[in-house]
Design a binder for this molecule. Structure first.
Ligand SMILES: Cc1cc2nc3c(=O)[nH]c(=O)nc-3n(C[C@H](O)[C@H](O)[C@H](O)COP(=O)(O)OP(=O)(O)OC[C@H]3O[C@@H](n4cnc5c(N)ncnc54)[C@H](O)[C@@H]3O)c2cc1C
Length: 497
């Protein structure tokens, strides 16, 4: 495939904003809400993108230090910050909690981080309509806990729920672990408010459906900060399920697992959770369990809601799985998953000196098995000790998200960075060739730019025209989502053959 851009990384620099500029921010948000110390600026210089961690190990940065960090308390202060920055041609980055894994908040020149975590409360829970309006900077776990206390759930439960914000979920077009029942975040957002790069406010009123032209709402769902600041979101909410019942199954092959999952979803059954693991990931979770001796593929399901309905869904799903030669297994893998579902697995490996990353793509049922096989074989050919494992936990009638873990053993930094880049390029190119989407829920950020360009094709020009119209000086999160890099960017791109 020709004309794919490949990132060329360069070292970070240390931009300094003048005292006068900083005083302007202080006048808007208060002195105590402007951070300028080196330690704070280092803390905000990278998100959870593994490449940023690899650079840190080598005493380097993925981009630069931010010029400063400012924390407005409400939408009016966000608007004032944007106006001030526009007048002075200062660059800004919307910052939720920094849990993004693709560099979406990495400063590239001298950007000022606008930390939105002070916009942190539920504005209204409408129990008649079943909607909640929430400020965008609210922590995900606190949000769900407050909803739970009032008997509701938004149904968006990402693994990173405790380290991310509601606005970040929307900006990244994220997916939670209950997506097979409640959908992705784009299925939940009914309306929102935002401050545009031109300093104006826009509101998409929260209603069930509309026919007033292309969806303005969806311009923001997945916008990754490039079209402005989401300040408030209205989401659909559901009553907390009154009943839940799990299943653990052992399949002979991934193929029979795929066939069963496809039939479950195409039969209009909606398990809250479905997770199918490849042989490597299954083995880690089923050690010593006899059911998996000749059926090495683990599948976990959970059904919830009204007891009568959940029971029927469970029984029908079980019958479908049995038809595809699955057997019931003990609940231990489910219980372990439930107990650790919001933990991060990478910490242990990264702190041991390994190079670990995750890549999630969307495939159609037509291609998914071939896609898995081709990606596994190609990734393992990159290095004899390359770990490759996959699972499928966002399942749809048309296909599924394939979530892959790649891991290299400890080795010199520069070698690892090249092999890591090669793994990404190999997997994303195969995804493009096999008709998938190069990103299911982590977004594009910075690291995915080359492959996002190919997938979006002329659509990227449409986005760039919109960006240029709203943000002619390229001031708001420049260089992300495959859009034009800012002048002097430390993340340079070149076209590769
Ligand atoms: C261990 C781990 C597990 C994860 N699990 C999941 C998972 O299960 N599902 C999933 O979807 N993701 C997951 N992620 C990725 C990440 O948590 C999500 O992308 C999350 O939605 C990011 O939210 P945040 O508030 O941390 O955003 P940030 O990282 O702060 O920002 C991400 C992007 O959104 C923009 N942005 C943030 N807030 C706003 C706003 N209010 N207005 C405009 N732009 C904004 C930023 O500019 C940036 O481009 C995981 C990450 C980690 C480290």
């Amino acid at each position: 495939m020709a004309n794919l851009a490949t990132p060329v990384f360069s070292e970070g620099s240390v931009p300094e904003l003048s005292d006068e500029t900083l005083a302007g921010f202080s006048a808007i948000v208060g002195n105590e809400n402007v951070l300028t110390g080196k330690a704070d600026r280092y803390a905000y210089s990278r998100d959870r993108m593994p490449y940023g961690l690899f650079k840190l190990r080598a005493d380097s940065l993925p981009g630069t230090l931010p010029g400063a960090i400012v924390s407005p308390r409400d939408a009016d202060e966000v608007q004032a910050v944007v106006d001030y920055a526009r007048q002075r041609k200062l660059r800004l980055i919307p910052f939720g909690a920094g849990s993004g894994v693709l560099g979406g908040t990495v400063p590239l020149v001298d950007e000022v981080m606008v930390d939105l975590k002070r916009l942190n409360r539920i504005v209204d829970l409408n129990t008649v309509d079943g909607t909640v309006t929430v400020q965008a900077g609210m922590n995900g776990m606190q949000f769900e806990q407050e909803l739970a206390q009032r008997g509701f759930t938004a149904g968006h439960l990402p693994q990173s729920i405790a380290m991310s914000t509601v606005g970040g979920w929307v900006a990244c077009r994220g997916a939670g672990q209950a997506s097979s029942r409640y959908g992705k975040i784009e299925d939940m957002v009914l309306g929102l408010k935002a401050v545009l790069p031109n300093g104006k406010k826009v509101e998409v009123r929260p209603v069930a459906r509309r026919a007033v032209g292309p969806s303005i709402k969806d311009l923001f769902v997945g916008s990754e900060g490039v079209l402005g600041f989401i300040t408030e979101v209205t989401l659909r909410v559901w009553r907390q399920p009154e009943y839940a019942t799990p299943l653990v199954l052992a399949f002979r092959t991934i193929e029979s697992g795929f066939q069963a999952l496809r039939e479950v979803m195409q039969s209009e059954l909606r398990p809250e959770v479905i997770r199918l693991y490849d042989e490597k990931e299954s083995a880690q979770r089923t050690e010593g369990m006899l059911e998996f001796a000749d059926r090495p593929i683990l599948c976990i399901m959970k059904f919830s809601g009204k007891e009568q309905l959940a029971t029927v869904e469970r029984d029908m799903s079980l019958a479908i799985c049995r038809k595809h030669d699955a057997v019931l297994a003990g609940l231990a893998p489910y219980e372990h998953w439930e107990a650790t579902r919001f933990h991060s697995y990478s910490t242990k490996w990264q702190s041991d000196g390994h190079y670990m990353d995750t890549i999630e793509v969307t495939g159609t049922w037509t291609h998914l098995l071939d896609m898995y096989t081709a990606m596994r074989v190609a990734a393992q050919a990159i290095h004899p000790e390359m770990h490759f494992g996959a699972h499928w936990s966002h399942i749809y009638p048309e296909g599924a998200c394939q979530y892959m873990t790649v891991r290299l053993p400890p080795m010199p930094e520069q070698d690892a960075i090249l092999l890591h880049q090669q793994a990404w390029d190999t997997i994303e190119r195969l995804c493009l060739e096999m008709g998938g989407s190069v990103a299911h829920h982590h977004g594009a950020g910075l690291f995915r730019n080359p492959w996002v360009r190919v997938e979006l094709n002329e659509g990227l020009n449409m986005l760039q025209i919109l960006k240029d119209g709203l943000d002619p000086d390229n001031l708001i999160n420049p260089g992300k989502l495959a859009l034009r890099q800012p002048t002097g960017s430390t993340w340079q791109m070149k076209e590769s053959a």
